[in-house]
Design a protein around this ligand. Structure first.
Ligand SMILES: CC(C)(COP(=O)(O)OP(=O)(O)OC[C@H]1O[C@@H](n2cnc3c(N)ncnc32)[C@H](O)[C@@H]1OP(=O)(O)O)[C@@H](O)C(=O)NCCC(=O)NCCSC(=O)C[C@H](O)C(=O)O
Length: 355
């Protein structure tokens, strides 16, 4: 009898065998469905430090006990970026493993923070919207409300609404109106203020002063950050896998060679954390409050370099501590060709200058 490992025999066997599929297609989601995700993850110091080091987030409060105490933490906590990435990673097997691109996310909040190492995450998602893509008949667009909870107490630690493009089993006819609208809107020329102001330093007062100066001069507070992070095997494949993110986009070169990106791509949360790390390196962060209107504009792949640009939108003297004020930023991650790859608004408490 022929050995099944004989190459010709095996090729035929592969052709005739059914594939035990992973993940869900667009047709499998229905608005109102609630999905309890099976995978869980213990948030560890190691996982946190691996994520934060590789994305250049070096805020000492997340690394050193004395710096943590100085910021009112019991010990170096789990960073909200890693918490967000781990919450999303756990959902991928059920929501997006089939290969849909992560388009955006909003209302990212951390009601139960600070979170400390040793906390076990339990995550659930509710399908909030299923829409036809008018430009891509082979995909639908699905949004979920996801909550990452402390598995022991049930307290919600991280919550957000996320949208992905999800492959359909059967393509549908579309009118292409989305693509036409996008083309029309490209006709508008750039509309930028004449002057850009950069804050002198990274304290709350520096942002307030820069906003006041910009207001006087009809300018914007906007600046770029010097650091860049070239994507490598660790950022593209290892970091998402470390959050249990099974999206083939990040680790299966074979499948991805025949996809819109043509290659494995960086997990959106890695791109975002990297840009935020660059921005935070130029400010005195006190606490992260939330993120809104996040969008991923184009792919980031191995060899691409992620840079960051910041626009300061507003500042407010009130915060959870007298030692800080609240600032709202828009952060844009861009690549070596100056193309935006991510954008989103961020609300953060920024330390006031010590008197
Ligand atoms: C994915 C893209 C290649 C699509 O590009 P394009 O075909 O040019 O279309 P649009 O960008 O105009 O968008 C297609 C439709 O999706 C809707 N859309 C776009 N953004 C959002 C959003 N934030 N919320 C809701 N809907 C959104 C548009 O309106 C379009 O709708 P329609 O006209 O009806 O078709 C391109 O966008 C791209 O390359 N994006 C980058 C994607 C990416 O790299 N993401 C991060 C990496 S993938 C990942 O992290 C996966 C993750 O692990 C996971 O599992 O989620």
């Amino acid at each position: 009898m022929t050995e099944w490992t004989d190459p010709d025999t095996f090729a035929q066997a592969l052709e005739r065998a059914d594939t035990k599929e992973k993940g869900n297609c667009f047709e499998d989601f229905e608005e109102g469905d609630v999905i309890e995700h099976d995978p869980g993850l213990t948030l560890t110091r190691f996982g946190n430090e691996q994520w934060m080091s590789q994305t250049l987030n070096h805020d000492p409060a997340y690394w050193r006990t004395d710096a943590a105490a100085d910021r009112g933490f019991e010990e170096p906590p789990i960073h909200p970026d890693y918490l967000t990435a781990a919450t999303l990673g756990i959902t991928v097997e059920d929501l997006s493993e089939k290969g849909g691109y992560f388009l955006g996310r909003t209302d990212v909040r951390f009601p139960g923070t600070p979170v400390y190492a040793g906390t076990e995450l339990h995550v659930e998602s509710e399908v909030v919207n299923c829409a036809t893509s008018s430009s891509r008949p082979e995909y639908g667009i699905v949004s979920w409300r996801t909550r990452g909870k402390d598995a022991e107490t049930g307290e919600v630690l991280c919550s957000y609404e996320r949208t992905n493009m999800i492959p359909r089993r059967e393509p549908v006819a579309t009118d292409g109106s989305g693509a036409a609208a996008a083309e029309e809107s490209e006709d508008n020329g750039p509309d930028l203020p004449e002057e850009f102001v950069a804050p002198e330093g990274g304290y709350f007062e520096d942002f307030v002063e820069a906003l006041e100066q910009a207001d006087d001069e009809n300018a914007a507070v906007a600046y770029r950050h010097e650091r860049g992070r070239t994507q490598d095997d660790v950022t593209v494949a290892s970091l998402p896998l470390a959050t249990l993110n099974t999206a083939k986009q990040h680790h299966n070169v074979d499948v991805m060679s025949d996809s819109p990106s043509g290659d494995i791509v960086t997990y959106g949360d890695v791109t975002r954390s990297t840009a935020l790390g660059h921005a935070r390196s130029d400010e005195e962060t006190w606490r992260e409050v939330g993120f809104d209107d996040e969008s991923f504009h184009t792919f980031v792949a191995v060899g691409d370099t992620v840079y960051a640009f910041t626009r300061v939108l507003e500042a407010d003297d009130t915060a959870s501590s007298d030692e800080a004020g609240t600032v709202r930023f828009e952060h844009i991650a861009f690549n070596q060709d100056d193309e935006p790859v991510y954008s989103g608004t961020r609300t953060a408490e920024i330390r006031k200058r010590p008197s």
